[in-house]
Design a protein around this ligand. Structure first.
Ligand code: ADQ
Length: 443
């Protein structure tokens, strides 16, 4: 079997035995990396060290070779904080009003992609299959092709792709579309994203292979993790603290795409419009700070601190507060236990490529007494999870109504909806996702 080369902005280099359980892409790609030779290339996560040093650091672990380079301070600012997080992230999440564009950042983004290509080209063997991940690396295949690389190169976009008219607002966006057309296969999360990208390409007179490969989980593995975690001291402590109240749970990175202010307001509407739930529910939101170097993210945190304070101030009693709000990082195993405990999973992003927390909530449930998922209709997962209660995340009232429906739902309907949702978890697992993508890339 040809060697598989994964390229992503950050590389999850294993850090010895003490490392916490891996999350994100490392979990999703576990099956693809097993039993074959593999190389994973990208940024080390380090800034400043070895500026411009194009000799990658190499580490071999569990059959995978990890090759990483550091970014200079300027590269990090222009490529990562600037163009990737300040321009592309809001644009791809349909948030024109938040998009900032600076030409020097776009040039810095291209320069880092060129540098990635130079270093990677030196590591490639002729029959390697290259799989590039996410929006930080749109121009990578084009840069590799300019260096004469002829390997098969596929791309997967983890976030949404907006309609062509919206993407057209991006200065020099045409150039990025030309870059994307250099990939042999473009994988998207949903059919809607695929149609949007095809539309944008066609509008620019370009053609490429675009297909949907919805990302999934190892649902059985996650269910076992959740079962074990439910017996852990951590989860038991949470269970006891609830005092028989129903747990509503949100788990996200602290990001404006996740719709957290409206979720807090939805909780407030629930207490106002359905006061019978007062004192009988606890909403726990876990959202570790991310991208704190961007103003919008700092402002979001302040807004949520304020909302949580105000809502608790208005509705709490001496022995109960409706909202618990944690911005510290939480271990994956603990989250699995909390998700199993959650009577309602609250997943209301304004826009999300997939949202794996939605699928994790389903996987974590006790089949005999499952909780209910309240899910934004603008998460990629909504296309698959027909058993969830779908809500418009822009409307706190609709969120409140969804929460009320979930909280008052009888066991029979909860079980039926949960079965509906688990069916898709089985057919679209993490293993199927990577196998499907690689089979299509090799075809
Ligand atoms: P994210 O925006 O990070 O990922 P999501 O899919 O919800 O969003 O989460 C990815 C992983 O991170 C999940 O395994 C989840 O459990 C974990 N995670 C989320 N919040 C966490 C928290 N508070 N603490 C610890 N772990 C947490 C991007 C896209 C998504 C897409 C994924 C995968 O934005 O739409 O589903 O990639 O393709």
């Amino acid at each position: 079997m040809a060697r598989l080369v994964i390229v992503s902005n950050r590389v999850p280099v294993p850090k010895g035995r003490a490392a916490s359980q891996p999350g994100g892409l490392a979990v999703a790609l576990k099956d693809a990396l097993q039993g074959r030779s593999a190389l994973w290339f990208g940024w080390s996560g380090q800034i400043g060290k070895g500026d411009g040093n194009d000799t990658p650091s190499i580490l071999d672990a569990a059959g995978v070779r990890y090759a990483t380079i550091d970014l200079s301070d300027a590269e990090h600012r222009l490529y990562y904080t600037g163009f990737s997080n300040g321009t592309l992230w809001p644009l791809l999440h349909y948030r024109m009003g938040l998009v900032e564009f600076r030409r020097e950042e776009e040039e810095g983004y291209r320069a880092v992609n060129d540098r990635f290509a130079r270093v990677l080209a030196g590591l490639l063997a002729p029959d390697d299959v290259v799989w590039v991940h996410d929006f930080h690396l749109f121009p990578l295949a084009a840069a590799l092709r300019r260096l004469g690389v002829r390997n098969r190169i596929g791309f997967f976009l983890h976030v949404p792709f907006p309609p062509a008219a919206l993407f057209a607002a991006l200065p020099r966006g045409d150039g990025l579309l030309r870059d994307l057309a250099c990939y042999d296969l473009l994988g998207m999360q949903t059919e809607e994203d695929s149609q949007n990208l095809r539309g944008a390409l066609e509008g620019s007179g370009l053609a490429a292979r675009v297909e949907a490969f919805p990302i999934g989980l190892d649902a059985e593995g996650f269910a076992k993790l959740a079962q074990r975690a439910a017996r852990s001291a951590d989860t038991r402590r949470l269970a006891e603290s609830l005092n028989g109240r129903a747990l509503l749970l949100g788990v996200d990175r602290l990001d404006y795409s996740k719709g957290l202010p409206n979720r807090f307001l939805g909780m407030e509407r629930l207490l106002r419009r359905f006061p019978g739930h007062s004192r009988h529910v606890t909403f726990l939101q876990v959202a570790p700070v991310s991208r704190g170097e961007l103003t919008q993210y700092r402002a979001l945190r302040r807004q949520l601190d304020e909302l949580a304070g105000r809502i608790n101030g208005q509705h709490a009693d001496v022995d109960w507060a409706p909202i618990r709000w944690i911005t510290r990082a939480t271990a994956r195993a603990s989250l699995a236990g909390y998700l199993r405990l959650a009577r309602v999973g609250v997943v209301t992003p304004l826009r999300d490529g997939m949202n794996l927390v939605a699928k994790e909530h389903v996987a974590a449930q006790d089949p005999a007494d499952p909780g209910v998922l309240v899910l934004s209709r603008f998460a990629g997962a909504a296309a698959e999870l027909g058993g969830a209660i779908h809500v418009n995340p822009h409307d706190p009232d609709e969120i409140a109504e969804g929460l009320n429906t979930a909280l008052t739902m009888g066991l029979e309907e909860r079980v039926a909806r949960w079965h509906d949702n688990t069916a898709c978890l089985k057919t679209n697992s993490a293993a199927q996702w990577s196998r499907g993508f690689l089979a299509a890339l090799n075809a």
